[in-house]
Every structure is written in C-alpha cells, then in structure tokens.
Design a protein around this ligand. Structure first.
Ligand SMILES: [Zn+2]
Ligand SMILES: [Zn+2]
Length: 214
C-alpha cells in the first residue's frame, strides 16, 4: 500500500475566483466574452459581447466607456485587461508576444528586443555560469549570437559548430553561444572563447561576480 501524505489546507488553491463572492463588475470581467488586443504604448482595445470597442489605458487606469469616464468606476474592461495580462494571454505594456527561438514556448519580450527571442528559461546573458551537458564543465557566457550552429565555422577546424563531433545530437539551427571556461575566466581578462550550440549549455543559478575594481 502506498501512503500518500494529505495536502495541507494552505497548499490547496482554487484556480478560478469564486464568482459569487466577487462584486458584479469583477465577475463580469471574468465571465463575459471579450476580445483584448494590445495597441500603442500602454493601451488595449477591448471589444465586448455587444460589439462595442473601448480603449483601455492600463497605466492611466482609464477606459473610454461611460462606466469609467462618467461614473469613475473601475470598469469591467479595465479589470479584464488586468486579468489577461496576469494570465499571460496578452503582453504587458512595452512587451510583445513572441515565440522562444530555442524551445518554442510563448514568451514576452521587449518591443525592441533583438533576436534571438528567448524565454526566461532559455535566456543566457553574458556573465551567466552554465554547465556543459557533455563534460560537466562550468563555463561563463561571453556572448549570445544570432548565428546558427550550422552557419558558424570554427576557425581552428574549418568545420561548423553543428558538424563538430561532440555537438552531435544538438539541433543544427541552435544559436551559437560563446563561452569561456570558468577557471580561465576568473584568471584572465580576455579568456579564450569557445562556440557552443545553445542547448548544449545548461543554465545554472550562478553568475560570475566581477571582482575588478573601477
Ligand atoms: Zn470600461
Ligand atoms: Zn525557451
């Protein structure tokens, strides 16, 4: 017999709100059929069940509907935009919806973010410490490029990064990440860099702390 520990009360949570316990405007924000689409800046167009379209500005907390404009209420359109942003169905202000170029999940990136677009989990930034999945070595990320492993030629061998023996099995269209061995990086100002396919490097929670003064 397998004993399953009962879950503590505080660990149990409802996913949807209790609509009966919500004020009317909040309940309608959850249940009515509305379409939300991002517009300029912090504004969103909300089209309602009855076919009206109102403009919501989340930063100014304003809506063009009579409920907000005349009665000054936090209307169901404002609430709905907030719900959709929280649920990650629409992008927060200043961000755009994008597909992670490494793993394909939906993510939100800055509107002027350069490619590749990477989700939180796949993102590597210079200074991040990563683990080489093949050797277990720890490396420091120096640069994330937008070149593909099948395009980037390694000078020493004349082969592409994708064709390299130990990179067998990693996608040929992976982005190339330049990284230095941690042991070199802590000793040298300009450590030798090596090119890796992105998915060969596993992110860790560590970052190289810059100890150079000034
Ligand atoms: Zn409104
Ligand atoms: Zn990803």
């Amino acid at each position: 017999m397998t004993l399953i520990e009962p879950t503590a009360d505080r660990d149990r949570t409802a996913l949807a709100p209790d609509l009966h316990a919500l004020p009317d405007r909040a309940a309608r924000a959850w249940t009515e059929r509305m379409a939300v689409s991002p517009r300029e800046g912090s504004t969103y167009a909300v089209t309602t069940e009855s076919g009206h379209t109102y403009l919501v500005d989340v930063k100014r907390r304003s809506c063009s509907c009579p409920d907000n404009r005349i009665r000054g209420e936090r209307c169901k359109h404002l609430r709905r935009v907030a719900i959709e942003i929280t649920a990650r169905r629409v992008a927060p202000p200043g961000k755009q919806r994008a597909t992670c170029d490494a793993c394909g999940t939906v993510t939100f990136v800055a509107e002027d973010a350069p490619t590749p677009h990477l989700c939180e989990r796949c993102r590597l930034t210079p200074g991040d410490v990563a683990r080489d999945r093949e050797t277990g070595d720890r490396l420091v990320v120096v640069r994330v490029t937008d070149e593909r492993a099948s395009e980037r030629v390694v000078e020493a061998t004349g082969e592409t990064v994708a064709a390299y023996d130990t990179n067998d099995g990693y996608p040929a269209d992976d982005f190339v990440v330049e990284a230095a061995y941690l042991s070199d990086a802590v000793r040298a100002d300009d450590p030798r860099r090596y090119a890796f396919p992105r998915s060969r490097l596993e992110r860790t929670d560590e970052r190289l702390v810059d100890t150079v003064d000034g």
